[in-house]
Design a protein around this ligand. Structure first.
Ligand code: SF4
Ligand code: SF4
Length: 249
């Protein structure tokens, strides 16, 4: 069954405790940033920031302004296309941990060619993998697999003061998400859970997911594989074939 996150966006205050806890546990440095016209900081994911609280301003039909906050991370997809694409170039470069379901980018990702790295990034329907120029590796959230194997929750979950971030066994988390959706829908009938059949990070959206972030939920038409005419590469499709389909696409 594995592990799952439930991210209750109705409870996120954008305190960024999770973003900092992630950096602290992973020994990731602060990075130079700039004001991009929003409180979002830094402006995007990077090799140094693998968890980012996104900010989006909203306005209702009466012009009343609000905020939607979206703490973003790898979704640890149930059938991770990044693993398939990386595997075609360097077997074992990325893998899915059998016990937890965590999707991991190994040190072998440093041996992927720039073309392969681009293919892995473009295959991800959530725009997650980033390339670390210093190590040559693909970098992304690994579910704090070292903590989870010792029975601890991921650092982001431990730091969250509002109950937005939750983590546990798949069955327990699915039940929590279902119950919380029912509660929230009493006041917000448009509330939805995102991509519950695809991922191990289930978000509860109060508004339409697009009101949070473009890549909040998967849009298959955006991915390289979709452009190649398939949602998941078969093991017997060579990388060369895949690229040829993309180029023809
Ligand atoms: S979100 Fe992207 S990087 Fe994470 S497991 Fe899914 S395809 Fe891979
Ligand atoms: S720690 Fe919790 S409340 Fe704070 S930004 Fe992260 S998810 Fe939101």
């Amino acid at each position: 069954m594995g592990k799952m996150f439930f991210v209750d966006l109705t409870r996120c205050t954008a305190c960024r405790g999770c973003q900092i806890a992630c950096k602290q546990w992973k020994n990731l440095p602060a990075e130079k940033t700039r004001n991009s016209g929003s409180h979002q900081n830094p402006p995007d994911l990077s090799a140094q920031t693998i968890r980012l609280v996104r900010f989006k301003e909203t306005a209702d039909k009466d012009g009343k302004v609000g905020w939607n906050f979206f703490p973003e991370q790898c979704r640890h997809c149930l059938t991770p296309v990044c693993v398939d694409v990386a595997d075609m170039a360097v077997p074992g470069a990325m893998l899915r941990d059998e016990e937890t379901g965590a999707v991991l980018a190994t040190e072998k990702t440093a041996t992927l060619s720039p073309e392969d790295v681009k293919a892995v990034s473009e295959a991800c329907p959530y725009n997650i993998p980033r390339h670390d120029a210093a190590s040559g590796r693909i970098v992304k959230c690994d579910m704090c697999i070292d903590r989870v194997r010792e029975g601890l929750a991921p650092a982001c979950v431990t730091s969250c003061p509002t109950g937005c971030m939750n983590f546990g066994d798949e069955e327990e988390i699915r039940e929590l998400a279902r119950k919380r959706l029912e509660e929230v829908q009493k006041d917000c009938p448009g509330a939805v859970l995102g991509d519950t059949d695809l991922v191990r990070v289930i978000y509860l959206f109060k508004d339409a997911p697009a009101e949070y972030y473009d890549y909040a939920v998967a849009d298959a038409s955006r991915t390289m594989l979709a452009r190649a005419g398939q949602t998941r590469p078969a093991r017997n499709v060579s990388r060369r074939d895949l690229f040829q389909r993309v180029l023809r696409g």
